[in-house]
Design a protein around this ligand. Structure first.
Ligand code: SF4
Length: 332
C-alpha cells in the first residue's frame, strides 16, 4: 500500500446537527488521530437509513453542516479522507457478499438489535436494521482498516466484524487472508452532560449545539441546574453533583481544584462559576465559529471535499473488491 501509517476507519451518521458532546467525544479524537494514522472518516448515510428511511431526505440535508463542523473542528481533507458512504457503491456490494457468510443467529444475538428495538420510538423492524452489523463489517473491511477507534463498550460490535471476516477468509482460502482482522483503537469517549444533568442528547432536549451563538450559549449555561443543595449563595455545594462543574473537565481543567474548593466552602457563587465556564467555552468555540462561517460562505468547499474523498475512497475500496472478487472466483 506504500503507506507506513496504520489505517483507521470511523464513521458518523448524519442524524442531525452536532452538539458539543459530538465535538468533545468524536471530533477532537478524529483531529488527534490525523497526524499518526491513515484516516478514513465517513459520513454513514446508509446506516442512518435504518432509522431515518421514512424521512431520508431530511437526514441528507444535515450532511453539508456536518462536513463544515468537521472542518471547523480541525479535520483536514489534506490529512484524512472525508467521504460519504453512499458515494462508494462498493459498500453495498461487499455487504451483499458478506451477508451470505453471516448466520442470522449472529445478528439476532447482537445486543444492540434488541436494545435499540426497545428504546427507539420508530418502526425499525426491517431486514436492513437486523443486517446493519454486516454493513458495518463491509465499511471496515472494504478499506482494510487495521484499527477502528471505539470505546470499550463497542468491542463486541467489532468482534462481530472480525467473526465475519474470519468466516469469509475460511471459505475463500488463498495464499494470504483476503481480509485483515481489524483491531480496536481504544479511545476515551467522555460522557458529556446536557443542561439538565442527563447525558447530552437531542432526544432529551438538553443540548448545547456547536452553532450556538455566544448569547444563546450564555442563556443556556445561566439556566443550567447546579447542585440542588446550593439554594442560597452561602450554602456549601458539592461540585460532583453539578453538571456545570463537569464542563470544567473539558474547558477549564486548570481551574478545577480551585472551583471545587470554592464551591465546597461557598466562597464562590454559581453565577460567578458559570460566568467563568462560559468565557472558557467561548475561547474554544470562537475559533470554531469563525472557521465554520468561512466554510459555510462557500458551499463548493464541502462539495469538492466530498467529491475528492469519494475518489480516494473508491480507489482504496476498488483494490479490496478486486481481491475479494478474485479470491471468490468472480472471473467473468
Ligand atoms: S459553584 Fe459551580 S460547581 Fe458549585 S454548584 Fe455552583 S455552578 Fe456548580
Amino acid at each position: 500500500m506504500g503507506n507506513a501509517k496504520k489505517r483507521v476507519l470511523s464513521g458518523m451518521q448524519p442524524t442531525g446537527s452536532l452538539h458539543i458532546g459530538h465535538y468533545l467525544g468524536v471530533l477532537t479524537n478524529y483531529a488527534s488521530l490525523q497526524p499518526d494514522y491513515d484516516c478514513f472518516f465517513m459520513i454513514a448515510d446508509w446506516h442512518s437509513m435504518t432509522v431515518f428511511y421514512p424521512e431520508f431526505r431530511k437526514a441528507h440535508s444535515f450532511i453539508p453542516g456536518i462536513v463544515s463542523d468537521w472542518l471547523a473542528a480541525g479535520i483536514d481533507p489534506e490529512k484524512a479522507v472525508i467521504f460519504l458512504q453512499s458515494n462508494v457503491p462498493m459498500h453495498s456490494e461487499l455487504q451483499l457478499i458478506l451477508s451470505m457468510y453471516t448466520p442470522v443467529s449472529w445478528l439476532e444475538r447482537n445486543p444492540t438489535y434488541k436494545e435499540k428495538q426497545e428504546i427507539i420510538d420508530r418502526d425499525i423492524d426491517s431486514h436492513g436494521f437486523l443486517g446493519y452489523p454486516v454493513l458495518q463489517a463491509a465499511d471496515i473491511l472494504l478499506y482494510n482498516a487495521e484499527l477502528v477507534p471505539i470505546g470499550e463498550d463497542q468491542i463486541p460490535h467489532l468482534e462481530l466484524t472480525r467473526e465475519i471476516a474470519r468466516r469469509f477468509n475460511h471459505f475463500n482460502v488463498k495464499d494470504n487472508d483476503i481480509f485483515m482482522l481489524p483491531k480496536p483503537l481504544l479511545s476515551r469517549f467522555p460522557k458529556v452532560l446536557g443542561t439538565d444533568g442527563q447525558k447530552m442528547s437531542k432526544s432529551y432536549g438538553n443540548t448545547i449545539m456547536l452553532t450556538e451563538t455566544p448569547e444563546k450559549l450564555d442563556q443556556k449555561i445561566r439556566k443550567m441546574k447546579t447542585d440542588t443543595n446550593r439554594v442560597r449563595r452561602n450554602d456549601p455545594g458539592n461540585p460532583e453533583n453539578c453538571p456545570v462543574y463537569s464542563y470544567y473537565d473539558f474547558f477549564a481543567e486548570d481551574k478545577k481544584s480551585e472551583i471545587s474548593a470554592a464551591c465546597r466552602n461557598a466562597s464562590i457563587g454559581c453565577i460567578e462559576c458559570k460566568k467563568l465556564i462560559i468565557e472558557r467555552m467561548n475561547n474554544v468555540l470562537d475559533p470554531f465559529r469563525t472557521r465554520k462561517n468561512e466554510v459555510d460562505k462557500n458551499p463548493d468547499i464541502v462539495a469538492d471535499i466530498l467529491r475528492d474523498g469519494a475518489r480516494k475512497a473508491k480507489d482504496a475500496a476498488g483494490e479490496t473488491m478486486d481481491r475479494v472478487r478474485d479470491g471468490m472466483g468472480f472471473h467473468f
